[in-house]
Design a protein around this ligand. Structure first.
Ligand code: NCD
Length: 305
């Protein structure tokens, strides 16, 4: 079944029909991975443009493309790119679209993905635009929630940490807003609250949420989504140092709790390694889910699901 969009820059574009197709196709891609002989994207090329650091997102996009028989060309490192010479995002994308069948891009500027999509001659996927959006992470988070909890409707989701600059939580709230009776608890230092663009969406949709600075408010939720304080978005290093370890989740805090612990990774201290052995620690399974979900999205946008 086709998707309702040609480019993916924000989760706000997605309909419930889109997430249904993508979750279902992601599950089917797990079988494709097990069999290991799929070549439906043979002859197709993904241009992966990474102008901001990335490990998981980049590797999983590349792996997903290769698992479906496609190929990848890559440009990374801003200082080695034509953007460093002053080329506009639009010109870079028009050029890259001439070399490939689909493009994914990570870029430090919020709004860069919309600029790219406005001119891209081939399907374009936002792989993170500064503090803006990270829609493919949100899709793999959604898939993880469904796999771990068996449902998405009715869940209480607590989000913790840098809710101001953390693009993954922005994208995920919009997606969860497509489901029934989901409610949120946002746990952040006063300096890093969930931005208005997200809370005004929740108000408009009459989706309940609470805001607090207290981590214990999330320990009895269904999902505890931890995030890293986004060092690269701070002008003042002292301010970052003050906030970076405001929330540290440890195994004793989770004793007797059923909450599923998620994190987009990388973690830099906010989940102690003693949590890793708990069956409710889902973050490494979550990272792995990036492969089937990105396979589903690439196949969907290239018209082969
Ligand atoms: C996230 C990102 O890049 O926004 N990482 C990722 O894609 N898995 C989260 C982060 O960097 O904190």
């Amino acid at each position: 079944m086709p998707l309702s969009f040609r480019h993916l820059t924000s989760t706000k574009q997605l309909s419930r029909a889109d997430t249904d197709v993508l979750l279902q196709t992601s599950a089917e891609m797990e079988d494709v991975l097990k069999k290991g002989d799929d070549d439906r994207l043979k002859g197709k090329i993904l241009a992966a443009l990474f102008y901001e650091p990335s490990t998981r997102t980049r590797l999983s996009f590349e792996s997903a493309m290769l698992r479906l028989g496609g190929s990848v060309i890559t440009a990374d490192g801003f200082q080695f790119s034509s953007m460093y010479k002053g080329e506009s995002i639009e010109d870079t994308i028009m050029m890259a679209g001439g070399y490939s069948d689909i493009i994914c891009m990570r870029h430090p500027e919020q709004g860069s993905a919309d600029k790219a999509a406005s001119v891209s001659p081939v399907p374009f996927i936002n792989a993170g635009d500064g503090p803006g959006q990270h829609p493919t992470q949100a899709l793999l988070d959604l898939y993880t929630i469904q796999k771990e909890r068996g449902t998405i409707d009715g869940l209480h989701v607590a989000m913790v940490g840098d809710l101001k600059y953390g693009r993954t939580v922005h994208s995920l709230v919009f997606l969860l807003g497509l489901y029934k009776n989901v409610r949120f608890t946002f746990i952040a230092p006063d300096a890093l609250p969930m931005p208005d663009k997200v809370t005004s969406f929740l108000k408009e949709k009459k989706i309940p949420y609470e805001e607090t600075t207290d981590l214990s408010a999330g320990l009895d939720a269904d999902i505890l989504y931890m995030t890293r304080v986004q060092k690269e978005r701070f002008d003042n290093v002292d301010e970052y140092e003050k906030l970076k370890l405001k929330y540290v989740l440890t195994a004793p805090q989770l004793k007797g709790k059923k909450v599923t612990v998620m994190h987009p990774l990388p973690r830099v201290g906010e989940i102690s390694t003693d949590v890793d052995k708990l069956p409710t620690a889902a973050y490494f399974r979550q990272a792995r889910n990036g492969i089937p979900v990105r396979m589903a999205l690439l196949a969907g946008l290239l018209g082969v699901i």
